[in-house]
Design a protein around this ligand. Structure first.
Ligand SMILES: C=CC1=C(C)c2cc3[nH]c(cc4nc(cc5[nH]c(cc1n2)c(C)c5CCC(=O)O)C(CCC(=O)O)=C4C)c(C)c3C=C
Ligand SMILES: [Fe+2]
Length: 430
């Protein structure tokens, strides 16, 4: 391993054909098995920090590239791309140095993946497993963003980080009606890869998991989708699987002051989270078979909005303000107080930025029903004041509860953005 880290020998690996004997000598006694079985060449490259972008894909144009480096991570305010591949990881190492090395390697790899270049420089050598798995070779970057977070469990006793955990950063409390399956919960690290092409997003997760071998393993994954830009060239608010426009009431991501108020952590947070944000993830299965049998007026009363326009009940403009005081001549509220929008809105002072994706993961073999729903993702600067307070209200009274069940839950601290030459989590682990 050491030999590979040092310049000349790694140069030999990449430039010259190696005999089997040379290969064994280079990789040490158990080396080749280790190389191929755990992490392969990209694992070695990752461990040595030698993951370098190759030549850009010829078709890549600037509109296809969302810059990876910046003061905040991409994939948070970025308008949601067509596809999502989400992965939660468990660390298997007991060494904080390994965690740091992994985040350094992920940083270099993510910069390559989001610019549409191959990972590593062992993609031509017939004697080595390629350092990039290749399925995105020649594809455009497709607006790929890769957003990284760390879970509360990173701050348990394993890495000496307990004193750095912000007091409000903990697993979410149990909510009424939760039916969580541990298979869809938690994680030490998360990676949210979004792109306008599913193969590009999948490629990102696959290669980051490959690089992590020996240090972290996948805990759970979920793919997601929304309507594509091709199917909706005007880019209206996407509809969820219940047929309703979802995202209308989001705060304006172009309003920097509002984003500082709602999303970005500032000086009130520990320095390592300055410019970061907290992510809440809930895997929500929708009872679509039940929903499909309910009347349009029941459906609209459930959301407090019209299905066709997305406007609040009683209004015609999708973006009209929710008037929760409006009443009909008999004094009955026009928007049901237990509708999803009314409860989520509350008095309008507590907001979050939602960036969810629909999912369809085959069927439940025991019931014959679709395992489909919403991978709810929200970003906020304070999980307790924002996500928890809204979800408590919803869990208790939301009309939508009849049609959904929360089966997975996780929270992550999405690290601040990375400057060129820096790495993810530098302020936490540096
Ligand atoms: C705790 C936060 C929320 C969860 C969980 C949640 C689940 C969930 N939501 C929909 C569909 C819609 N949500 C809508 C609005 C809305 N939802 C939340 C929060 C949670 N939703 C908020 C804060 C808001 C905005 C309220 C406001 O101030 O106006 C809407 C209406 C359109 C819109 O504003 O986006 C829909 C539709 C589903 C299907 C779901 C779980 C599966
Ligand atoms: Fe909602």
């Amino acid at each position: 391993m050491e030999e590979v880290k040092n310049g000349t020998k790694s140069g030999q690996i990449f430039d010259k054909k190696l005999s089997r004997r040379e290969m064994l000598r280079l990789t040490g006694a158990s080396g080749l098995g280790l190389l191929l079985g755990g992490g392969g060449v990209s694992g070695i490259l990752a461990a040595s920090g030698a993951v370098h972008p190759a030549a850009p894909a010829p078709q890549a144009s600037s509109e296809d590239i969302i810059p990876f480096y910046g003061s905040h991570q991409a994939g948070i305010l970025t308008p949601a791309q067509n596809f999502l591949c989400f992965a939660s990881f468990d660390l298997t190492t007991s060494s904080i140095a390994d965690v740091k090395k992994l985040l350094q390697s992920w940083t270099t790899a993510a910069a390559a993946l989001t610019s549409g270049t191959l990972i590593g420089n062992a993609n031509e050598n017939p004697n080595l497993p390629p350092s990039d798995t290749g399925e995105a070779d020649g594809l455009t970057p497709s607006k790929c963003t890769i957003t990284f977070g760390v879970g509360p469990s990173l701050f348990d006793g394993r890495y000496g980080l307990a004193s750095k955990r912000p007091s409000t950063f903990a697993d979410l409390p149990a909510f009424a009606g939760d039916s969580l399956d541990p298979q869809w919960c938690g994680g030490d690290l998360c990676v949210q890869a979004c792109a306008d092409d599913l193969q590009v997003a999948f490629h990102a997760i696959r290669n980051l998991a490959r690089i992590a071998r020996g240090t972290a393993v996948l805990r759970w994954t979920q793919e997601g989708f929304q309507r594509t830009g091709g199917a909706d060239p005007k880019g209206g608010t996407p509809r969820n699987l219940l047929g309703f426009k979802d995202g209308t009431g989001n705060p304006d991501v172009t309003d920097a002051a509002e984003m500082r108020e709602v999303v970005w952590c500032g000086s009130e947070s520990p320095a390592w989270m300055n410019g970061g944000t907290y992510m809440a993830v809930r895997r929500v299965r929708l009872r679509i078979e039940v929903w499909d049998r309910s009347s349009l007026s029941d459906q609209e009363a459930t959301f407090g909005r019209h299905r066709k326009s997305g406007a609040p009940i009683g209004a015609t403009d999708e973006f009209a303000k929710l008037n929760l005081d409006a009443a009909d001549p008999a004094g009955k509220p026009v928007i049901p107080p237990d509708s999803h929008s009314a409860l989520a809105h509350g008095d309008g002072t507590v907001k979050m930025l939602r960036r969810s994706y629909s999912f369809s993961s085959g069927m439940d073999l025991t019931t014959g029903q679709l395992d489909a729903g919403l991978l709810f993702i929200s970003f906020q600067k304070d999980l307790v004041k924002q996500f928890v307070s809204i979800q408590k209200r919803l869990a208790k009274n939301d009309r939508l509860n009849e049609y959904m069940v929360h089966t997975g839950s996780a929270v992550f601290a999405c690290l601040p953005g990375v400057r060129e030459g820096g790495y993810l989590g530098e302020a936490l682990l540096g």
